[in-house]
Design a protein around this ligand. Structure first.
Ligand code: AMP
Ligand code: GLY
Length: 447
């Protein structure tokens, strides 16, 4: 039996917990999170509510529980250095130390790391700590620029010319706003193409790549509206994506591998956890948008749906617990991970008005959903005696698997429609129409 501390209470963490609980060896879960996820609570032996940035509270919960290791869901505790703190009391983690987590927490660090180690895939970029030179740089980029504050922004702080700025002056005032807040600013070339996520397990030296996934950041159908944490995602049965060429996936894998190696050289110790590359397939090949130091949300639900249950041993195929232990022990090269060759679709139901003015404190009802067809993962909801309440962010994720993307999409759409209350979702994610549009866009670019 293994005792595991899980940090976080979103849909991603519920998915991590449920696949962990289906491992061959028994797992006792100790959850520390900022809110109560009703689906996660069912799986936990103990569930402690507290601040995810409170290292002391987490460490004391971990040592009282006597956990064997810690599995980190979101980025906040990584940024706070929880992995370093737990290591000091003898608890190892699936998740990087604070210095290694800079791959997510500092966009400047990441761009500079790729440049220093000559890793291909970066757009043209410069990092500024004052206004000096910024106007010239915007001109150099021919007004096709992206402006990013250097720090965690929850995917919402990045602004892109054309989408968020009509002209250079608007760009300059955003730059000034960032600098005035005390942050550095990264200004880079705007990439055109299709985004995809490639997450890899990393044990410091070896990587196991997961299937490529495409998330949908915009709130509304047809990629309209504001950027969100991610409205839904899909993956294909061949573990690539319909708009990718074979070389694209090879290039992305090589970039993740090179970055893991560069991190080890730069920081002096290996990266352990999930290394999540956010890439753009462009007409000149794969480019890197950003790194995350954790599973993506919703992407975690796509890839975790493909794990076999209770297979290790005797089949020799690893389950999720085995993968976690191998990340910690540096033995990922010794295990065989065989994921189910299925397509997956995840869609989030979010409060009306999300992300700008989300409805809160209203009840939704998910009881009509057929749990034999899809999985339900809870996120920003609060289970009260009289019902399930919205708390303002992405509420419930519905995951379906099938032999192809479009079948999985139909299954998910059929069920997510049954949720009642003031929520909406993107009906177009994973449909033939939208996927074919992505394929056509890449074909046009590559012509
Ligand atoms: P990030 O926080 O770096 O993930 O950026 C949020 C979103 O901004 C990404 O998912 C992209 O859609 C967009 N973005 C970031 N960098 C670029 C870039 N260089 N070119 C085009 N779009 C970008
Ligand atoms: N799906 C985007 C993220 O997890 O950051």
């Amino acid at each position: 039996m293994k005792k595991v501390l899980l940090l976080g209470s979103g849909a991603r963490e519920q998915a991590m917990a449920s696949v962990l609980k289906s491992s061959a060896e028994e797992v006792e879960l100790f959850v520390f999170a900022s809110s109560v996820n009703p689906g996660l609570r069912e799986l936990a032996k103990e569930y402690r509510v507290g601040q995810l940035r409170n290292n002391t509270a987490i460490a004391s919960f971990a040592s009282q529980a006597g956990v064997d290791f810690c599995l980190v869901g979101p980025e906040a505790p990584l940024a706070e250095g929880i992995v370093d703190v737990l290591e000091q009391i003898g608890i190892l983690s699936v998740g990087p130390t604070k210095k290694l987590a800079q791959i997510e927490t500092s966009k400047a660090f990441t761009r500079e790391l790729l440049a220093e180690y000559k890793i291909p895939g970066s757009p043209e970029f410069m990092v500024f700590d004052s206004l000096k030179g910024t106007e010239d740089w915007l001109r150099h980029l021919e007004e096709s620029f992206v402006i990013k504050p250097d720090g965690l922004t929850g995917g919402k702080g990045v602004k892109v010319a054309g989408d968020h700025f009509k002209n250079m002056n608007e760009g300059l005032s955003f730059i000034k706003e960032i600098l005035d807040s005390g942050a550095k600013v990264v200004i880079e070339e705007k990439l055109v193409g299709q985004e995809f996520s490639l997450m890899s397990f990393c044990d410091g030296d070896h990587l196991i790549h997961l299937p490529a996934v495409q998330d949908h950041k915009r709130a509304l159908a047809g990629d309209q509206g504001s950027n969100t944490g991610g409205m839904g995602s899909y993956s294909a049965a061949d573990f690539s994506l319909p708009f990718l060429e074979e070389d694209d996936l090879v290039a992305a894998k090589k970039i993740n591998e090179a970055v893991a190696l560069a991190l080890k050289k730069k920081i002096g110790r290996g990266y352990k956890g999930v290394l999540y590359g956010g890439f753009m397939a462009t007409k000149t090949g794969v480019k890197l948008i950003e790194y995350n130091a954790r599973f993506g949300d919703p992407e975690a639900m796509n890839v975790l749906a493909l794990f076999s249950e209770k297979t290790f041993p005797p089949s020799g195929k690893a389950d999720f617990l085995q993968v976690c232990l191998s990340v910690i022990n540096g033995t990922l090269d010794k295990i065989k991970l065989e994921l189910k060759p299925l397509a997956t679709v995840v869609k989030y139901a979010v409060p009306e008005g999300y992300p700008e003015n989300p409805i809160k404190d209203k009840i939704i009802d998910v009881s009509a959903i057929d749990k034999t067809k899809v999985k339900i993962f809870y996120a920003a909801v609060d289970q009260r005696p009289d019902g399930l309440y919205l708390t303002g962010s992405r509420a419930v994720a519905i995951t379906g698997t099938a032999k192809d993307i479009f079948t999985a999409e139909k299954i998910v759409e059929e069920e997510i429609k049954k949720i009642t209350g003031p929520v909406f979702h993107r009906a177009d994610i994973g449909t033939k129409e939208l996927v074919n549009k992505r394929v056509a866009m890449m074909a046009e670019l590559r012509k």
